[in-house]
Design a binder for this molecule. Sequence first.
Ligand code: PMP
Length: 458
Amino acid sequence: MLSNLAARDVETLVHPYTNLATFRETGPLVLERGHGVWVYDTDGRPYLEGMAGLWCTALGYSNEELVAAATEQLSRLPFAHLFSGRSHDPAIELAEALKELMPVPTSKVFFTSSGSEANDTQVKLAWYMNNALGRPRKKKIIARQRGYHGVTVVTASMTGLPANHADWDLPLPGFLHTACPHHYRFAEPGETEEAFSSRLADELEALILREDPETVAAFVAEPVMGAGGAITPPAGYFAKVQAVLDRYDIRFIADEVICGFGRLGTWFGSEALDMRPDTISFAKAVTSGYMPLGGVSIDEPLYEALLAESRKLGTFGHGTTYSGHPVACAVALKTLEIYRRDRIVEGVAGKAPLFQARLAQLRGHPLVGEARGLGLIGGIEIVADRASKAQFDPKAGVAARCVAFAQAEGLIVRFLAGDRIAVCPPLVIQPDEIDTLFDRLARALDRTAAWIAAEGLE
Ligand code: PMP
């Protein structure tokens, strides 16, 4: 029986990324409040938020300083925009702070309200720049299978997941996908990580040559893949990819929407993984998820191209009502101040060994084929047979069932395609809470194993 609130939900909401058919039976988990790394449902039941919401609530749930920053800005100037040369101090100060932090040469910052808008902007800017530079054929975008970059028409085209393409008439022409760098799943038997990385870089180069390098504008990648499975790249991967991109003058867009602002124990994932992107997209943890904000870094060559176009065309024809929303910018400024003052990124680097050791212990579980991560992110793959890496029938929904058992244990984690489970807690999680998280996850895996046996799925 669904509660009154849950029943009203089912009658009124279409939920993003939800199986709309099974949802009619299960109904929603309705959350009411949060504190630290804990969230509470409408019955007052606590859950350890092992996903930081959607990979975003880095500072946890009850940060009064962020609330105060939002409240102060709401009462002083709740809205102002950046169109037609208008401005406000939170946007200017935030752009300055980000310019300093960016792991890439950054001349300016452009703000959006989400990660999708940030990546959409990246593609538009790459196209616009190549028109400005007199190379109108250089427009194709290469992303990766299982990469995740958003859901607008363009960013869903970049995303490399079947659910974002089937029946959506996507990807658009000109959006290509190269192989997913998942060593556990896609390496040949006996292939080392370095050899696998070399093979993928060769495949990328072959794709570029087949398409004609003069037609390829940009390559986009997340440092650690998030929604595609919480997949950590194999050794040497980005250095080898980088060499290919450099050879053909292809712009490298790092999608730091999840890895930006400390997730891997460095300010940006690019720094942890030997990436030298031309530009980065950010969102999520820039405000600790408290307000919607995203954006992109603009390097000097791009800025010069935009200026040249403006001299010819006049207006720079891009921007949304909420680009640089002052309340979002004020919250982001406070978030960055706290990251610095409380040494949050260094804290992640300090806690990561415990987190990764507890994650690695799950490799002993009979259902776990892979348990691997970096910093405070981890991915687990559930398999039917560890020796052959055979998977369960996707229709059995084994990872979804495990996530439901975790929820019953008071832990929120997320299932992803391919029977994978992601773990990505708030950056402020404490060591004893890391233990609680993995104790509960291990129990959820045990309950899943018992369910599989009872259902005869083996
Ligand atoms: N890029 C990455 C790497 C993401 O993880 C996400 C969201 N999960 C996006 C882009 C899209 O961001 P948004 O949902 O804010 O549009």
